[in-house]
Design a protein around this ligand. Structure first.
Ligand SMILES: Cc1cc2nc3c(=O)[nH]c(=O)nc-3n(C[C@H](O)[C@H](O)[C@H](O)COP(=O)(O)OP(=O)(O)OC[C@H]3O[C@@H](n4cnc5c(N)ncnc54)[C@H](O)[C@@H]3O)c2cc1C
Length: 494
């Protein structure tokens, strides 16, 4: 990356940065991307892992976002069908009359018309008896039936990794463990496009965490895709007023036999938000919460109150299940990088993205969703190209498959074997036990033993490659064990 002068440097290796790097590289730009920690270590491994059709934004009256989500879902299932698995979403409706169900039906009907939902994915209405037949053990008081429609399940970290690998195949240079530490103007100006004033090319200082060396990359345009850290990166180039508002969401993982559901089922929470249970393989995950969170963190704390909130909703929906702390075999938390909107509650803040431009030309992208990452990237790269004032190829990210050759890796690799470890290390830039087991295999969430049984083999393989001492190998295993324990540390709290 140092050897090649760059058209574009992307800061942040979550789904947003990955999407931008892929799009820009496919249009023929010279692209570099730096990620502070591991790829997808931020919010992009901590979402609910759903590719939304957009129905949820209809309730907020945001038609633009409804259509964008619906279109992007189609695009994603075209370029990466192995990372967009259709699943039935069941929304039970309670009330003294069937008015609520009818209202939901009308909403679905207009959504499907607007979003051009294909026939086979159109909604159905289940009467109460059918619902109880299909979803065992539900609470029945005032149950009027359910609306049923199609959502898609993904693996957020795998989607990010495959997007990055595609960017690399198209010529992008990528570095993890490479935090940007400073952004400076250079005397050189970029081309002035369309009569606008030329902006300085930018020099970004980056610390190479693996060697301790500082490296300097010069690029005509720098894009800040740092998710929850967008404000912090904006401030690397000078004063910038905070624009982001973060909210935290947590998820709990249970063995599927403790809550044997075949579909995603929506639950009512105490404060009348929608939470849901998502079945996948032999687990289910339950999510999510939405509470303001003051600062960006890779692993925000999961509190007793967060857990109680989800367990309460679960046990209210399935009274006989009696889910308790010990049923929870894993958990994760993340922060949503939302653009602040004064006076709104966490769930009311728009999930729309916004592009911000600093006086020095730094382009930042805040807000957005996993679901809409491709479209966000296209908008950002359009702006980059305009700044460069150059003719480039058209955007092709909605047509070219994410994995162009060979068989794509399965969505999660919790049954991790030696070739998967090898692949993670040799082809996917994993340099620690956590990189392999948390983001490449997802074993901490999806494997019955949280991947603990593989930690030593992974450390051994990594250690052989990097020449680690026995002590270093042990430290790696201990760190992984400590993180798995930390995810359920709330168990001990009153
Ligand atoms: C609880 C929860 C549930 C969600 N559920 C869904 C869902 O079901 N469907 C959906 O579509 N969306 C969902 N989202 C939203 C979605 O996950 C996010 O919008 C998306 O992952 C954000 O990606 P990002 O790349 O912008 O941020 P991130 O993934 O956080 O990436 C930013 C990266 O920048 C890096 N970085 C920070 N500072 C620097 C620096 N100085 N130098 C280099 N790199 C730096 C960070 O380490 C990080 O990896 C959910 C979010 C949460 C929190």
């Amino acid at each position: 990356m140092e050897a090649t002068p760059l058209d574009l440097l992307v800061i942040g290796g979550g789904i947003t940065g990955a999407g931008i790097a892929r799009d820009a590289a496919m249009r023929g730009l010279r692209v570099g991307l730096v990620e502070r920690g591991d790829f997808a270590s931020g919010t992009s491994s901590r979402s609910s892992k759903l590719i939304h059709g957009g129905l949820r934004y209809l309730a907020q009256g945001d038609i633009g976002l409804v259509l964008e989500a619906a279109r992007e879902r189609r695009a994603l299932s075209h370029i990466a069908p192995h990372l967009a698995l259709p699943a039935r979403m069941v929304v039970p409706v309670y009330g003294r009359t069937s008015a609520g169900l009818l209202k939901l039906k009308a909403g679905m009907w207009s959504f499907e018309k607007m979003a051009k939902v294909p026939d086979e994915e159109r909604h159905a209405i289940w009467k109460t008896e059918e619902l109880l037949d299909r979803v065992d053990g539900m609470q029945t008081a005032n149950l009027q039936g359910a609306a049923v429609y199609t959502e898609y399940i993904t693996d957020d970290a795998r989607l990010t990794l495959e997007t990055l690998k595609s960017a690399r195949r198209h010529g992008a240079c990528l570095a993890n463990y490479a935090p940007a530490t400073r952004i400076e103007e250079t005397p050189r100006a970029t081309a002035a496009a369309g009569g606008s004033a030329a902006l300085p090319a930018l020099r970004t200082r980056v610390r190479d965490e693996l060697t301790g060396r500082e490296r300097v990359f010069e690029a005509d345009v720098v894009v800040n895709a740092a998710g929850p850290w967008v404000d912090a990166v904006r401030q690397l180039g000078g004063d910038a007023r905070a624009r982001m508002q973060l909210t935290k969401g947590i998820h709990l993982v249970l063995a599927r036999d403790r809550l044997p559901v075949d579909d995603i089922v929506v639950m009512q929470t105490e404060d009348r938000r929608m939470a849901f249970v998502v079945p996948h393989g032999d687990i289910v995950w339950i999510g999510t919460t939405d509470t303001f969170y003051p600062q960006p963190e890779e692993r925000p704390e999961i509190t007793r109150a967060d857990v109680d909130y989800l367990l309460q909703a679960t046990n209210a929906t399935w009274p006989d299940a009696r889910i308790v702390d010990d049923d929870v075999r894993g958990a994760w938390a993340g922060v949503r990088p939302l653009v602040a909107q004064e006076g709104k509650s966490p769930s009311e803040i728009s999930r729309r993205d916004e592009i911000l431009v600093e006086p020095n030309g730094l382009i930042s992208i805040g807000g957005g969703k996993l679901t809409t990452y491709r479209q966000m990237a296209e908008r950002v790269v359009d702006q980059v190209v305009e700044r460069l004032g150059r003719r480039v190829e058209d955007c092709r990210t909605a047509e070219v498959p994410l994995v162009e050759e060979g068989n794509p890796a399965p969505m999660d690799r919790a049954d991790i074997d030696a070739p998967a470890i090898e692949d993670a290390i040799e082809n996917e830039c994993a340099v620690s036990v956590c990189d392999v087991l948390e983001r490449r295999a997802r074993a901490n969430l999806f494997a019955a033993d949280n991947g603990l049984g593989h930690a030593e083999a992974v450390a051994e393989r990594l250690g052989r490659r990097a020449g680690w001492s026995d002590e270093r190998r042990q430290r790696e295993v201990d760190t992984y064990r400590a993180r798995v324990a930390e995810d359920v540390a709330w168990r001990g709290n009153p």
